[in-house]
Every structure is written in structure tokens, then in C-alpha cells.
Design a protein around this ligand. Structure first.
Ligand code: ADP
Ligand code: MG
Length: 421
């Protein structure tokens, strides 16, 4: 729609800035843009307050919206600290509603109790590896998109104390700071899918990679009999706590993950700090898509029936399972030429970890059970046949009028176990 330059700007008391002109953003329809537009229309008072708001650690609408304003985005917003979710709640709650379909005024989030839970089993065979991670942030510091170098180093120092206090033999291990990490170690950890990389332009723009690699690092457990236990320090969230293992034993991965989260939590509390948790919004995170449980349970699974990531995404939309499909080398990587995908729970708010993992398990089962429609198989076979018959040595079949060509095709299809018509 063409913009009318004469349309009056909302009254900002003379402080109106270009970044408040949502229609001029690179992503004028991302979720934060929609939220701002609604707020402008519904409550100019609240909108004005939002434009002037500064959160506990100095986050503003200008900083929160930078990705939506300058990049192609779906969500387009980051929180710079836990306080943003309340002090800038007029906008964040709208984004949360749009993304999670959860009304935070009605939602009740539950804190983790660390009690034993029982999970449904994943199918065996096609699953290469299973990983469960969660996002956590400490109350005493802003989020990583909004940290000074000194705050990054403080976080790292705190976490090194926490890691040193682990007493379970399956959790104890070593912290590897990224500052000074030999390049061969870094590459090895990335190839093992243990370590994060600074390759995301969105995170870069919002400030997540400022002062890189100071204050960043990875803790890895020593005894990996029960799986690999890892804590990322200083990525998109202050902490990403995770467990992973080859194969599909989601219960074993969960058990290691959960005892690890509990150990980190106790260590943080022993130092007088706490994870940020909000009674209606759950565990808070810099990206509103991660709030709630903060958990993403994923498998790397072979799905030879699906030629592209988009084909998997399109299919899951036809099922009742709310799962996310990614490439296997991280969220932003492409999947061309491989048929192994990362399948995980998409919901994080409004349900608990067990429900979210159950959805992931059911989604994976549905994907593994998928059979392409017989019609498309027959059509593909006919096409393959035409390609073969184009070879000069098969000229007899190509020009045959006796039906030998159709006969061959039927036999080929039957041999592959599919019914032909
Ligand atoms: P998140 O940010 O949710 O942790 P990303 O999609 O950014 O996830 O991926 C982070 C890293 O975790 C990547 O190296 C990815 O390959 C790895 N990873 C995710 N799920 C699995 C899995 N099931 N098995 C092995 N590695 C995994
Ligand atoms: Mg990520």
C-alpha cells in the first residue's frame, strides 16, 4: 500500500523518530511491527509510553526492534533483559500472543521441580541422535544481546564457579573458554555438534556477538557413559543447558539433561543468584519464541521420503503435531542434498516439557510413517521409464505397440512393492 506522507504521525511530544514509523521498516509485517501498529491504533498513550521506555538495563524499543527494522524477519524482536517483558509488556505480550497463541494474563507457567518423569519412546532405526536443550538467564545480569564486556566476563566467572561445584560423576567436566581456544578444537567441537558459531546475521545485528569471543565458552562433561552434557555460556541466552546422545533413547537424554539443569540451578542459587522466571511467561529468554519452558527437544532423523526441508514442513502442517523442521547443522543452515533433518517441539509456552516432548515424538512417528501418494509414485516411475527409453539401445520398447513397455513398468513398480493401477 502506498504511504501517504500527509498522514499525521502519532503525537510523540516532538520526539517522534523514524524508527517509530513501522511501515518504513524492512519487515513491516513482522510480529513486533504488527504489535506496534496495533498498539498505536488501540492506545496512543501506551504506545507513547513504550517509545519512551527504558528497561532495568537500558533496553529501548529502538534496540528491541532493530532486526525488524533492518532485516527480513518473522518475529523481529529481542529483549535486552528480563524486565523488558513487564516494562515493555504492552508490546511483548502482543508478540507472545501472535507467536505462542498464549494470553499471558491467563497463563500459568510452572517452575521445574526436577522430579523424575516418564517419557514416550521414540522409534529406533532412523534416528541418528537426540538432544534436549533449554535456555536460562541469571537475574543479576542483562541478556547477552545487551551486555558490556565486563558483564560477559562476570557471567563466565560465575559459571566457572558453578561448574567447579558439580559433584555427579556424569556431570563433572571441563570449561573451554572460546577466547584462546585452538582453532582445531573449535572446529572439532562444531563438527561434533557441541559448539555454537557466530554465523547468524540477526544475532549479530542485535548485539549478541559484541566483544566476541570474550566471556563465551562451553562446558563439556568428562564421563559420557550416560550421554554428553554441555552448557553454552554467552550465546543467544546467557546459558543453554543440554544433553545429547547418539540414537533415540530420549528418556536417557532427558534424565541426564534434567539432573544437569538442576545442578546448574543449585549452583547458581548457592552463589546468591537465580534463573529469571515469570509466573505467567515462564523462563525468560532474549528471543520471545524461547520463553516458557525454554526447551527444544530434537532428533536428527533420516527421512528419505522427503526431498527438501520445505517438503517436510509442508507435510507436518497437515498433521496435528506442532513440530519445527531445521537443518542438522543449526537453525540457519541449508539441507540441500541430505535427507537427514532436525525435528523438534515448536511449542514452549502454555505446556510443560513432557507434553512438548510427547508432541515431538508423535511428530517424528508421523514423519517416519509417511508414504508418498501412489499416484505420484506412478508418475515418477513413468518419467524414469521415459528417461531410460530415450537411450538408443531401448528403441524397441520405446516404439513397441504390443504393450511391452507398460508391462515392464508394472513389473518394475510391483518389484518395488507398490501397487500399480
Ligand atoms: P538451538 O539454538 O536450539 O540449540 P540450533 O538449531 O541453533 O539449536 O543448533 C545448535 C547445534 O545443536 C547445532 O550444531 C546442531 O547440529 C546441534 N543439534 C541440534 N539437535 C541435535 C541433535 N538431535 N543431534 C545432534 N546435534 C544436534
Ligand atoms: Mg540456535
Amino acid at each position: 500500500m502506498a504511504k501517504d506522507p500527509n498522514v499525521a504521525k502519532p503525537n510523540m511530544g516532538g520526539k517522534y523518530k523514524a524508527e517509530h514509523d513501522v511501515d518504513s521498516w524492512t519487515s513491516p509485517n513482522c510480529l513486533i511491527a504488527e504489535a506496534c501498529r496495533e498498539l498505536q491504533a488501540e492506545s496512543p498513550e501506551e504506545w507513547k509510553k513504550l517509545c519512551e521506555q527504558k528497561s532495568e538495563f537500558g533496553w529501548t524499543l529502538e534496540k528491541a526492534s532493530v532486526c525488524g527494522r533492518k532485516l527480513k524477519q518473522h518475529v523481529g524482536v529481542y529483549a535486552g533483559d528480563a524486565d523488558c517483558f513487564t516494562s515493555m509488556g504492552s508490546m511483548f505480550d502482543k508478540v507472545i500472543w501472535k507467536y505462542h497463541q498464549v494470553d499471558v494474563t491467563k497463563n500459568q507457567a510452572a517452575e521445574e521441580t526436577y522430579e523424575k518423569v516418564t517419557l514416550p519412546a521414540l522409534p529406533e532405526g532412523a534416528i541418528a541422535s537426540t538432544r534436549i536443550r533449554t535456555a536460562r538467564n541469571l537475574k543479576s545480569l542483562p541478556f547477552t544481546v545487551n551486555m558490556t564486556k565486563a558483564q560477559r566476563l562476570k557471567l563466565e566467572e560465575t559459571m566457572q564457579k558453578v561448574f567447579a561445584g558439580f559433584d555427579s560423576e556424569f556431570l563433572k567436566g571441563k570449561y573451554h573458554p572460546m577466547d584462546g581456544m585452538p582453532e582445531e578444537d573449535r572446529v572439532k567441537f562444531v563438527d561434533l555438534h557441541y559448539l555454537f558459531i557466530n554465523d547468524d546475521p540477526t544475532l549479530e545485528l542485535v548485539g549478541c556477538y559484541d566483544n566476541w569471543p570474550a566471556g563465551r565458552g562451553i562446558f563439556i562433561n568428562e564421563n559420557q557413559e550416560k550421554g554428553v552434557f554441555i552448557v553454552w555460556v554467552g550465546e543467544e541466552d546467557q546459558l543453554r543447558i543440554m544433553a545429547m546422545a547418539k540414537g533415540s533413547d530420549v528418556q536417557a537424554v532427558w534424565d541426564l539433561f534434567y539432573t544437569g539443569v538442576e545442578a546448574v540451578h543449585k549452583g547458581v542459587q548457592a552463589l546468591g543468584d537465580e534463573f529469571v522466571f515469570d509466573k505467567t511467561r515462564g523462563y525468560l529468554s532474549s528471543c520471545p519464541t524461547n520463553i516458557g519452558t525454554g526447551m527444544r527437544a530434537s532428533v536428527h532423523v533420516d527421512l528419505p521420503m522427503f526431498p527438501t526441508k520445505q517438503a517436510v514442513k509442508d507435510y507436518v502442517k497437515t498433521t496435528e503435531w506442532y513440530v519445527d523442521i531445521r537443518g542438522t547443522r543449526g537453525e540457519a543452515t541449508n539441507t540441500e542434498g541430505v535427507r537427514r533433518y532436525d525435528v523438534s517441539n515448536k511449542a514452549r509456552l502454555g505446556s510443560n516439557c513432557v507434553e512438548q516432548i510427547t508432541t515431538m515424538v508423535n511428530g517424528v512417528k508421523a514423519l517416519l510413517e509417511y508414504k508418498p501418494p501412489a499416484d505420484s509414485f506412478v508418475n515418477a516411475s513413468k518419467l524414469a521409464m521415459e528417461v531410460v527409453l530415450a537411450q538408443p539401445e531401448y528403441a524397441f520398447y520405446k516404439h513397441d505397440k504390443t504393450g511391452a513397455k507398460e508391462d515392464l513398468l508394472k513389473k518394475a513398480i510391483e518389484a518395488l512393492g507398490a501397487s500399480s493401477h
